[in-house]
Write a new protein. Structure first.
Length: 243
């Protein structure tokens, strides 16, 4: 049986998208587990610019306003209706509680009204398995990732390096010790007077910079990552060294 899943998830669904999960909501329609029939994204970045980061309550309220409209749009793009679906998948966590509640309650309501199975998906596994997904209009179907493989997961505070030896078989080799990668970029951008979101702003500014302009310390040995950003006071960092 072909499997078509419409996902009412407010969290991010792709490892290649670096927007904070709480600021976007893509409800994709997927066939046979890999073929992406539609993927509508509602971004909230403009709403969070004045805060310099994600404001959880604002994110949750905006999800409520837009979730049904973008589910309808996703189904229209796939030229299907809810009656054509075989199941509904929804992010069950981890993530910001308010955003998860909106997606979960919406999916539960749709599943109950349509008598469809409801599949709870781990947010982080969703990111990893997006690597198996491909656009339905490609000329040739790409090969699925082969095991064993290494997965770099960058999703909010869940910045991890995982060894995957088979489906749903993971070994975490390292993780962030402090900030999330995206949070570090946002903090650096704020300190430099650059706009939110910090990732693109810092990248664009770096393109005009001098790669050898500052001496950088070597990375610490080991597999864990450190992104902690501390404000330099009076031209000196937390250790008292000049910056």
């Amino acid at each position: 049986m072909d499997m078509k899943i419409t996902s009412a998830q407010p969290a991010g669904a792709g490892v290649r998208n670096w927007n904070p999960p709480a600021t976007r909501r893509p409800p994709p329609v997927i066939e046979n587990g890999r073929s992406l029939l539609s993927n509508v994204v509602a971004s909230q970045i403009d709403l969070h610019v004045k805060y310099g980061g994600v404001f959880p309550e604002v994110a949750s309220r905006q999800h409520i306003k837009t979730i049904y409209a973008i589910i309808d749009q996703a189904l229209q793009q796939a030229h299907m209706t809810l009656a054509d679906m075989d199941a509904i998948a929804v992010t069950r966590g981890p993530g910001l509680a308010g955003s998860l509640v909106v997606g979960m309650n919406t999916a539960k309501g749709l599943a109950l009204a349509s008598s469809l199975p409801l599949i709870g998906v781990n947010h982080l596994e969703g990111h990893i398995y997006s690597s198996w997904v491909y656009p339905a209009d490609v000329e040739s179907i790409p090969l699925a990732p082969q095991f064993p493989l290494m997965a770099l997961l960058v999703s909010g505070g869940h910045t991890e390096l995982n060894l995957i030896t088979g489906h749903l078989t993971y070994k975490r080799l390292g993780a962030t010790l402090d900030d999330a990668a995206g949070e570090a970029f946002d903090k650096v951008a704020r300190l430099l007077g650059l706009p939110y979101p910090g990732g693109p702003s810092v990248q664009n500014a770096a393109a005009e910079g001098q790669p050898a302009g500052f001496p950088l310390p070597p990375g610490s040995p080991g597999r864990d990552l450190g992104f902690l950003v501390q404000r330099a006071e009076n031209g000196r960092d937390a250790s008292g060294a000049p910056v």
